[in-house]
Structure formats: C-alpha cells, structure tokens
Design a protein around this ligand. Structure first.
Ligand code: PLP
Length: 321
C-alpha cells in the first residue's frame, strides 16, 4: 500500500457539512449541441468561481486566535475574491496581495468585497513574497489558492455534487492550474467510483502542472498571456499537496490552444447564454477540438465567469485573443 493522500473522502464530506448554506449548489446542465456532454455551471457560484468552496472551508477550519488576526493570500483573482467574500461572511480581516499582471476588473472585484488589496511586483512570486512578509511581520494566516488540505477538501465538494446529480459519468474534465480543483474533485470521485476517467485540462501557454507531471516533480514554466488567465502561475517548487494528488488521481492531462479556448467560450455562450472565462472553457475546448473523445455522460466543469467584458466581446466577434 502506498501512503494515504493528504485529502480523503472523509475530509471532503466534512468540508461539505462545514460550508453548506454558505456556497451555492450549482446546476449540471445537458449540452444541447454536444451529445453526452453535461456542463457543471460552477461559474454561477457566488463570487463567480468555485474557489469560494475552498476558501470558505479553510477559514471555517481555523482556530479563533488565527481568525482574530486575519487571513492573507496572493491570488490571480478568483481565489482573492473568494477569500475576501468568505472572510467578510465570517467577520474576519482579509488582505489580498496581487501582481500587476492581474486584470483590473479582478482587482476591483476584490476591493468591492471589502478586502485590503496590496499590488506588488510583476509576477505571482513577488506577490507571494509580500504574503510571507505579512505572515511573519503582521501575524496573518496565509490561505493559499490551491496547495492546502482544507482548500483542496473544499474544492472537492464540487465532486460530490457532480456524482449526486450524475452518478455514473464516463469522464470528468477538470480545468487544471495549481491543481486544487482537480485534486479535490479527483479525491471525491475516485473514492466513490474509481473507474470514472479524470482528465485535467490546461492551456498550451504555460501549463505548470502538466510540465511538472511530465517531469516527475514540480517545475517552473514561463508565464505567458492566455485567455485562460485563471490557469496561469506555477504550482510551487515546494508543492506538498496537489502535485502528489494529481499524479496519483488524474488519468490524463490535455492541453488546448488559444483558438480552441475562444471557440469553446463562444460555444458555451451559445448554449447557455452566459459569458464564462477562458479557464472555464478548456474542457469544452478539449471536446470540440477532438483532443478528448466523448463517452456516455462526459462532465465538464465550467469553473468561473470572471472575464473582462471587452475581452468577451472580442471573442464573441470571432477574434482569438
Ligand atoms: C483557480 C481556477 C482554476 C484552476 O484551479 P486550480 O485549483 O488552481 O487548479 C480554474 N478555473 C478558474 C475559473 C479558476 O479561478
């Protein structure tokens, strides 16, 4: 027997009980144009992305003395929004450190949620350095965007919802960046039904988990602009939760191009009427491009809605990026 993974089905069930009533249960909708494909509309989550699940579970798992000092994170946007919302709901101070790469709409959204925003540096690494300083000098508690057992367990509640609504899918396509969503969903799904295929999907431009899995250890990749900006950033060279879980639990990782992401965003808009962000469209992109073949009941997690309106308008007009 290999050693147990850092997050188990029991942890995810406990997270589900803890966050119930604080996050939305999002719908699973049949795709009317793609046979056998179902769309998990998680972009309808409060704050526009699944990250509220992990952030809420992480905050509600903290001891009172840490809650009293507050929480801090560096985030490409959706986790920052989620942490800000979860903190405000729990009456806790939240500080969010962002790099200058984060789009203006996401920065403003974090501020609107009542968090203190600090913008530093040109990379996720520089924003992270500010987090470490706040932890060391101000006594704040870091809630990271993915590499944390309570965050992974929270994201895993999405996996429980999937199987409650569709007990026997052939595959689940999961947007993949740091791997918190993939690790959590995979831990839930594989524990309940090991034969379901789990496919992580990233963009070709700067897929850190894919490169790390291929290398057999966490590696750095160059950050590049992409429509799937929520999938940017590294997995952390000292990753201690999600790399191991993705390696153990994902059956496959697929990469999609910018044009494929744009086409998938248009497809999702056509069938749901909703604007989703590039990161949310990668599963549909993998199907439309033929990179993944569809079996009976193939589930795509549409992970977030936080796209700048002008970006979305350009994509609807048929421009790739
Ligand atoms: C964070 C995020 C992802 C990727 O999640 P990881 O846990 O980092 O793999 C996918 N889609 C959206 C919209 C996100 O905000």
């Amino acid at each position: 027997m290999s050693k147990p993974l850092p997050v188990t089905l029991d942890d995810i069930r406990a997270a589900e009980a803890r966050i119930r009533g604080r996050v939305r249960r999002t719908p699973l909708q049949v795709d009317p144009r793609l046979k056998d494909v179902l769309l998990k509309q998680e972009y309808r989550q409060k704050t526009g992305a699944f990250k509220l699940r992990g952030a809420t579970n992480a905050i509600l798992s903290l001891p009172p003395d840490q809650l009293a000092r507050g929480v801090v994170t560096a985030s490409t946007g959706n986790h920052g929004r989620a942490l800000a919302h979860a903190a405000r709901a729990a009456g806790v101070r939240a500080v969010v450190c962002l790099s200058h790469l984060v789009p203006a709409n996401k920065v403003q959204a974090v501020r609107d949620l009542g968090a203190e925003v600090r913008i530093t540096g040109q990379s996720q690494d520089e924003a992270m350095a500010e987090v470490q300083r706040a932890v060391a000098e101000e006594g704040l508690t870091e809630v990271p965007p993915f590499d944390h057992p309570a965050v992974v367990a929270g994201q895993g509640t999405l996996g429980l919802e999937l199987l409650a609504d569709c007990p026997a899918p052939s595959a689940v396509l999961i947007p993949l960046s740091g791997g918190g969503l993939a690790a959590g969903v995979a831990a839930a799904v594989k524990a309940l039904s090991p034969s379901i295929r789990l496919i992580g999907v990233s963009m070709q431009r700067g897929a850190a988990m894919a490169a790390s899995l291929a290398a057999g250890q966490p590696v750095e990749v160059m950050e590049e602009p992409t429509l799937a900006d929520s999938l940017g950033g590294g997995i952390g060279l000292r990753n201690c939760v999600t790399f191991e879980m993705c390696r153990a639990l994902l059956d496959d990782v697929v990469l999609v191009s910018e044009d494929e992401i744009a086409a998938a965003m248009r497809h999702i808009h056509a069938v749901t009427g909703d604007a989703v962000e590039g990161a949310a469209a990668v599963g549909v992109a993998a199907i439309l491009s033929g990179r993944v073949s569809v079996g009976p009941a193939t589930l795509c997690i549409l992970s977030g809605a936080n796209v700048a309106p002008d970006t979305f308008a350009r994509i609807l007009q048929g421009q790739a990026a």
